[in-house]
Write a protein that binds this ligand. Structure first.
Ligand code: NDP
Ligand code: 5RP
Length: 470
């Protein structure tokens, strides 16, 4: 084979599937992986899929780089963090000016920005590319969020567009902004994914523990919901997860999976970014906290023994649960998009919320019917807070009473709804013209002379507080 159109390093779950996708779309691809058995397994897979003639496997990194056409585009799809920096250092002496690295893992956006700045003076282009859709998405069409220099994007555009998911023919890929913009948007995508998953799990908890429904009955509800306004990939797979039976025990698989959620970092990064930007993202924060609580299994066992096991049924309709999920989701997406909008202002990225909603409509884990509505809403309205966009305000007016009933029922029925309840509290705080921070300002001035404002009298005023010293 002559030189490959593009190179890819890291044949794990995502890299292998992305490479097959690229080959399937007619591009020749050189591949490399740290451990060679993965290269052999990949070649076998490519052969089985009739794509071997477009694949150029190279176990030696220098030979791999040499096997790619100049100016080279090299995708890195390895574990995020230090492995990416190590890989860049290994590649640097092998690359020529004008070559580009496309880093497609879940990297922290500030790492991407640092790498971009480090490589620029060396004449090496760097794109930080967020890829979502899991193994299936990578193989058949992911959603792709690109950050970096626009010129570099133009060089990679044809390949990335060819492999991206399509929504009614429109490719779910876009250049979003300079430096770390793509990875920032991917991080918030994952934060929203955390919120969606947690709210779904909470509603499942109400069905299982509060309504006494078995896994099959819950599966039936999620399948039905997937036909309505909640239609989405995550609702769809929830139905499948709930109906799976473990062949060894003949029990629903979900009933024997340990209730301890893993997390690799993007949820936490989303929550940290939101806090640093001063944008409330209570749904994402609640979802991250819920995963952390879930991981403390032994503590929870001890606490249940101390406080007693909750028991008994609650009185809530399936219809209310569906609407509560919809309202919670609106709040969570409102928060996620607000974080993106604020970060864009601070970083000068010029991110377009409508474009982001559009490229999330297919391919990614949070794809849903709802995102199409959101893309139209952002396209037609300057508002960055979805709760103020007329269509979503109508939806919220209709669905929020159900969210309130579900949260109240959960509180009285001792069912944990950390994400749904924080979404409701955000909504109630956001729509309250006169809040309670007046008291906080009074307290701050009392103990620290921090000052407060009185309308018509000006800012930085102080109270004549009593001394508590005896
Ligand atoms: N799985 C998913 O659903 C998604 C994952 N991602 C992100 O994509 C990236 C890859 O994930 P995924 O494919 O799931 O991971 P896997 O665990 O399946 O594969 C990890 C890959 O990284 C390589 N690797 C790890 N450490 C090093 C190192 N120090 N030097 C060189 N290579 C190294 C591994 O090589 P070796 O075989 O030698 O160990 C392997 O090829 C991550 O950033 C992940 O967060 C993004 C979207 C979805
Ligand atoms: O990026 C992804 C999906 O969009 C990955 O699947 C990611 O690993 C999910 O995050 P976590 O492992 O923390 O649940």
């Amino acid at each position: 084979m002559s030189k490959a159109d593009i190179g890819l390093i890291g044949l794990g779950v995502m890299g292998a599937n992305l490479a097959l996708n690229i080959a399937e779309k007619g591009h020749t691809i050189a591949v490399n992986n740290r451990s060679t058995p993965k290269i052999d397994a990949f070649v076998e897979q490519a052969r089985a899929e009739g794509l071997a003639e477009r694949v150029l496997p190279e176990a030696d990194l220098a030979a791999f780089v040499q096997s790619v056409k100049k100016p080279r585009s090299i995708i890195i799809m390895v574990k995020a963090g230090k492995p990416v920096d190590d890989m860049i250092e290994q590649l640097l002496p092998l690359l020529d000016e004008g070559d580009a690295i496309l880093e497609c893992g879940n990297s922290l956006f500030s790492d991407t920005q640092r790498r971009f700045d480090y490589l620029k003076p060396k004449g090496i282009g760097y794109l930080g590319v967020g890829v979502s859709g899991g193994a299936e998405g990578a193989r058949h069409g992911p959603s792709i969020m690109v950050g970096g220099s626009k010129a570099q994007w133009h060089d990679a555009e044809a390949v990335l567009t060819s492999i991206a998911a399509k929504f009614k023919g429109e490719p779910c890929v876009a250049w979003l902004g300079e430096g770390g913009a793509g990875h920032f948007v991917k991080t918030i995508h994952n934060g929203i994914e955390y919120g969606d998953m947690q709210m779904i799990a909470e509603v499942y908890g109400v069905m299982r523990d509060g309504l006494g429904m078995d896994a099959a009955a819950c599966a039936g509800v999620f399948k039905r919901w997937n036909e309505g306004p909640l239609n989405s990939y995550l609702i769809e797979i929830t139905g499948h997860v709930l109906e799976a039976i473990d062949s060894e025990s003949d029990r629903p698989l979900v009933d024997i999976i340990l209730d301890r959620a893993g997390q690799k970092g993007t949820g936490v990064w989303s929550a940290i970014a939101a806090q640093e930007l001063g944008v409330p993202a209570t749904a994402i924060e609640g979802a991250v906290a819920a995963r952390s609580i879930s991981s403390r299994k032994q503590e929870r066992i001890a606490a249940e023994a101390l406080y007693g096991k909750r028991e008994g049924k609650v009185d809530i309709s399936i219809d209310d649960l569906e609407k509560a999920l919809l309202a919670g989701k609106i709040v969570s997406y409102t928060q996620g998009f607000s974080v993106i909008a604020r970060a864009s202002e601070e970083q000068g990225w010029g991110l377009e919320l409508a474009t982001i909603a559009k490229i999330w409509r297919a391919g990614c884990i949070i794809r849903s019917r709802f995102l199409d509505q959101m893309a139209s809403a952002f396209a037609g309205d300057a508002a960055t807070n979805l709760l103020m966009v007329p269509d979503f305000a109508e939806l919220m007016k209709e669905a929020s009473p159900a969210l309130r009933r579900v949260v109240a029922t959960g509180a009285l029925g001792e069912l944990p709804l950390i994400c749904l309840s924080s979404a409701l509290s955000y909504f109630d705080s956001y729509r309250q013209a006169r809040g309670t921070a007046n008291l906080i300002q009074g307290q701050r001035d009392f103990f620290g002379s921090h000052g407060f404002e009185i309308e018509g009298r000006g800012a930085d005023l102080h109270g004549d507080w009593p001394s508590l010293v005896e």
